[in-house]
Design a binder for this molecule. Structure first.
Ligand code: ZN
Length: 108
């Protein structure tokens, strides 16, 4: 028995798509839909999303612990504060954008 590469749900060998998430399983192709090699693929898209989530979590940690959102005083010299001002949006917004991109890329 095969498994869906996207959600891991069991699938019959002759299944055209996953019964749970409808992810297409016809990598080998059929008579009516010839084989296509995926550009990114579900596995690599999942890997992109996992890394993006780690970057996003790091950005949120930066925001909370360094950005003054906690009940503690923030000791930040101006030079480091300048670093934080572009590092924080890069990680949070970049991580969110990369996660969204990884979500879309699983279909390609
Ligand atoms: Zn599935």
């Amino acid at each position: 028995m095969n498994r869906c590469p996207y959600c891991g749900y069991p699938a019959y060998a002759y299944a055209l798509e996953c019964a749970k998430c409808h992810f297409p399983l016809t990598r080998g192709g059929t008579l009516y839909s010839p084989a296509k090699t995926p550009w990114i693929g579900a596995e690599r898209a999942l890997e992109i999303r996992r890394k993006a989530l780690a970057v996003l979590a790091l950005g949120l940690l930066l925001k909370v612990y360094w950005g003054g959102y906690g009940p503690w005083p923030v000791i930040s010299p101006p030079a480091l504060d300048h670093l934080r001002s572009w590092l924080e949006p890069l990680f949070t917004e970049g991580g969110a954008a990369a996660y969204a991109a990884g979500w879309v890329l699983r279909f390609f």
